[in-house]
Design a protein around this ligand. Structure first.
Ligand code: GLC
Length: 466
């Protein structure tokens, strides 16, 4: 009897368990509450810095004196540079101007709560001290130090979380896969040996040698990652750092914790899934000296608002130079975002998606960063985020004369406050069929002005509009 009762109890517990990071109901599966606890800092954070830094910052988009098309960190593959030749770039990689404190302070001042840096990209060059391959920054460069150690220290100091990107499948120098095909006989190698002898030991190293970090493990391009190969890496993660957050790019059927749309904002987010849009500020992730196609600060600020309004995080990339400097145009844009966040951060951190659904930023077809068809949000006049008892209206295009008609709310609005001008008087007129705000005639911020609505109820109820 007791046995039966305890079996039933066990069954009930198990049925509440949901797919873990691996998308299976293995013994590692966790309850929704456990998952929420694991994701809590990341959901609150909303805004992070992606850093693509490696030996590709030496050629910086040029090979044999000619510009190479494509993205900077792919130059070895795009220009089909022989392995032995590519390795020469390491002897010129001496980032003496790298200042971990300055980088972390830059991220933090922009309002970013976490950093994800490339510990190893597809060229296989390890930006950390590793025993698994001599092709690393400590052994193969005049610099001779592990910059991830310095970054971990600085992140600890300034209260910023640190995550590592690791290219687990593609590795053009250590015998891993090559999504666009190999071009040098010296690359022929067993993928399984690479997984066992390089990827597994290196993932152990990056998960073990940086104190409480990494908080995030960011896999990429799972070409040739079958279940067995992915499982070996997943087992390391589970063993060493079960509380880590990992993305959906491990491969082998592992779903991970986060969706990772690249260079786009999905118009409806990913309901029921955590997600993070990663984007460049120009057209490359890794530094290219000739890429000057910078997005405006206004676009970046509006992207942040747009992503938050759809429930996602924004991972905004910086590609530092081989000297260890963040490009000035990136610094300028980050400073502008920081100024905006200083005033308006409460509309971003810890918020959840708009309650108004599709009428904001309706989906339109467009090209993503790689020329593929994708759905993106069309420009609309405003975005919206939510916290219990509060709605944030993020207004891109100020309504004429400050008269702002909103979707009808069933929840009573107690007060409206302009974050940039908290003392400005705003009249709220609310009825069963309308909700209008009389705002100042001029926008306080030409890019995005935020109005906080304090509600009489913790939960927002809307009148469905078409
Ligand atoms: C792509 C690219 C890579 C870049 C990544 C960022 O998958 O292969 O170079 O690191 O996107 O999301």
């Amino acid at each position: 009897m007791f046995l039966l009762a305890s079996m039933i109890a066990t069954l009930c517990v198990c049925s509440q368990r949901v797919a873990a990071m691996d998308g299976t109901n293995s013994p590692t599966a966790e309850t929704p509450a456990e998952r929420d606890a694991r994701m809590v800092w990341w959901r609150e954070a909303k805004f992070g810095m992606f850093i693509h830094w490696g030996v590709y910052s030496v050629p910086a988009g040029f090979y044999a004196g000619k510009p190479v098309g494509g993205i900077g960190e792919w130059i070895m593959s795009d220009a089909k540079i022989p392995k032995a030749e590519y390795r020469q770039f390491a002897s010129k990689f001496n980032p003496l101007k790298f200042d971990a404190d300055a980088w972390v302070k830059t991220a933090s001042a922009a309002g970013m709560k976490y950093i994800v840096i490339t510990s190893k990209h597809h060229d296989g060059f390890a930006m950390f001290n590793t025993q698994a391959s001599p092709w690393n920054i400590v052994q193969a460069t005049p610099y001779g130090k592990d910059p991830l150690k310095a970054l971990a220290k600085a992140c600890r100091k300034y209260g910023v979380k640190l995550g590592f990107y690791y290219s687990q499948a593609q590795d053009w120098n250590n015998g891993g896969s090559a999504c666009a095909g190999k071009w040098d006989k010296a690359q022929e190698h067993s993928m399984d040996d690479y997984i066992d002898q390089v990827a597994v030991p290196q993932v152990k190293e990056i998960l073990s040698n940086y104190g409480e970090f990494p908080a995030v493990l960011w896999w990429d391009t799972p070409c040739d990652m079958n279940r067995q190969r992915a499982q070996k890496l997943y087992a390391v993660v589970k063993q060493i750092r079960p509380g880590i957050i990992m993305n959906n790019r491990l491969g082998g059927g592992f779903k991970g914790d986060t969706e990772t749309p690249e260079q786009t904002v999905p118009p409806r987010g990913f309901p029921g899934r955590d997600w993070e849009s990663c984007m460049t500020m120009n057209d490359t992730w890794g530094y290219k000296s000739n890429d000057n196609n910078w997005k405006s600060a206004a676009t970046i600020i509006r992207n942040l608002c747009d992503i938050a309004s759809k429930g996602g995080n924004y991972l905004l990339n910086v590609g530092p130079t081989s000297e260890g400097l963040m490009p000035q145009p990136s610094l300028d844009r980050l400073a502008a975002v920081g100024r905006w966040m200083q005033v308006n951060h409460e509309a971003i951190y810890g918020t959840t998606a708009t309650p108004f659904g599709d009428e904001l930023g309706a989906a339109v077809k467009a090209k993503d960063g790689y020329g593929n068809d994708t759905l993106v949000s069309s420009a609309s006049d405003w975005r919206c985020t939510v916290k219990p008892g509060e709605i944030y209206l993020i207004i891109f295009n100020w309504p004429a004369g400050g008269k702002c008609a909103l979707p009808v709310l069933k929840t009573k609005v107690l007060k409206a406050t302009l974050l940039a001008e908290p003392d400005a008087a705003i009249t709220v007129a609310q009825s069963v069929s309308s909700l209008t705000l009389a705002l100042p005639a001029q926008a306080p911020d030409a890019v995005a002005s935020v109005v906080r609505l304090d509600l009489a109820d913790q939960i927002v109820k809307i009148q469905k509009i078409k």
